[in-house]
Design a protein around this ligand. Structure first.
Ligand SMILES: Cc1ncc(C[n+]2csc(CCOP(=O)(O)OP(=O)(O)O)c2C)c(N)n1
Length: 368
């Protein structure tokens, strides 16, 4: 096991004081230890490509190495600026990457993580990124050497960290609720009030897992679900693509972190959606599933924003008052509509995970 303090000190000793990235559950301890940094020193980015680009900008101004952290699934978002800007044969920008290694071949994980986990080292090799796997304190020495080489050769280096490597902080981080409405209560009310043949497409993390839990626990049978177990940020695009070729109501259930990750796609939905497209933003202002880091979505005026993007109708729910009626009106609205639900973090312990993905897909695609 490695103390996060040792890792941070190592970076500090290399004059690295700038951090940016997208949160990951494996790197929760890192997020926790960066919590009190100033806005100039630590930026939670909306996607991993942006994080790499923020690091590139920082280097251009400071000549110092930035530290960019991410889950390995986000490595694919990072590829474009890594290859087309920072690569040794392009601008040769030195960067330090800290990558949470989901699906490492040594550790049991979900299907979507196993696929990426298996090719993560190969991907880094293809990118000519020297890396080391951090498992023990002694591995920090190897990482130190890599960082020194990155400085000297203006290259990108990385470390891979598996689940359970970073020692848990003794002070338990409490996930703060920005809003009060109970998520289980809201989602249950939503499913109870949709037409039977509806289709739900739900985002990565707790939203999909909570939906699955509700289906099982309360035998809720209205509609069918497609869980976005990966592809974070693409929920609205999958939902839009589906909705254009069906008459069924399509309900997109998205998280604020997911919404922000590829924000441009909501503009596409504003432009092209038909009346059957119903977008539900579960806004808890956090990346709840990976440690409840802030998303900064609380200060967006979603009504003005989504109307400007082409949504004809906007609904807002923040408590139980009139909830059922609001849901019904939103669902039966004769135009594409956007619902922001100001909601508390998930309260259910040990949420289930979607397992038989092919069966889920086949069920979703069945005619009814
Ligand atoms: C491309 C990518 N980057 C990072 C992650 C890790 N990750 C999984 S869920 C999640 C947070 C999602 O936040 P939000 O959409 O607000 O939903 P909540 O967790 O709050 O329910 C993150 C960052 C991922 N799965 N994929």
């Amino acid at each position: 096991m490695i103390k996060i303090k040792s890792l941070i000190n190592l970076l500090k000793s290399n004059n690295c004081n700038f951090f940016t990235g997208v949160p990951d559950s494996i790197l929760k301890e890192l997020s926790f230890s960066l919590k009190n940094k100033s806005k100039k020193e630590h930026l939670i980015a909306t996607n991993e490509g942006s994080a790499i680009s923020l690091g590139i900008g920082y280097y251009l101004a400071s000549k110092k190495l930035p530290c960019v952290y991410m889950q390995n699934s986000g490595l694919s978002n990072a590829l474009n600026p890594l290859i087309s800007i920072a690569h040794k044969k392009v601008y040769s920008i030195p960067l330090i990457l800290i990558i949470g290694w989901r699906g490492s071949p040594n550790i049991k994980d979900e299907p979507q993580h196993n696929v990426k986990g298996k090719i993560t080292k190969e991907l880094l090799k293809l990118l000519n990124i020297n890396f080391t796997i951090l498992r023990h304190n002694r591995d920090l020495k190897k990482f130190n050497k890599l960082i020194k080489s990155a400085k000297k050769n203006k290259s990108i280096v990385a470390c891979l960290i598996e689940r359970g490597t970073l020692e848990k902080n003794k002070k338990k981080s409490v996930s703060r609720d920005y809003y009060k409405l109970d998520k289980e209560f809201f989602l249950k009310s939503l499913i109870e009030n949709i037409p039977k043949k509806s289709r739900i497409i739900s985002s990565t993390g707790y939203n999909s897992r909570e939906l699955l839990y509700l289906r099982k626990n309360y035998s809720l049978s209205k509609g069918k679900d497609f869980y976005m177990v990966g592809g974070m940020g693409h929920t609205s695009s999958v939902a839009l693509g589906y909705s254009l070729s069906t008459k069924k109501k399509v309900i997109c259930i998205d998280g604020d972190g997911s919404f922000l990750m590829h924000l441009g796609s909501i503009k596409t939905a504003g432009n092209f959606s038909k009346d059957n497209f119903k977008y539900v933003l579960l806004n808890n202002n956090t990346h709840n599933s990976v440690g409840s880091q802030n998303t900064y979505a609380d200060n967006i005026n979603f009504e003005k924003f989504t109307k400007a993007l082409g949504f004809k109708k906007f609904y807002s729910i923040k408590n139980k008052k009139n909830l059922k009626n609001k849901i019904k009106k939103f669902i039966s609205e004769k135009s594409a509509s956007f619902l922001e639900v100001k909601i508390a973090n998930s309260k259910i312990k040990n949420l289930p995970r979607p397992k038989n993905l092919i069966k889920i897909k086949n069920e979703f695609m069945k005619n009814d």
